[in-house]
Design a protein. Sequence first.
Length: 53
Amino acid sequence: MEEIDFLMNSEPAIVPMTIEAWVILAFMLGLVAWGLWELQQKNLLQQNPLSLP
């Protein structure tokens, strides 16, 4: 019974760290997606160069 009281009264100290970790993960995935998109655009330009006047 004491264990249940301890678990019910303990504060979730890991929640703010989890939120920060999710924000960092989302930022890193955004950077990876941006880099892959730019790489794809560069490859498309090399394959099909635009005819500029």
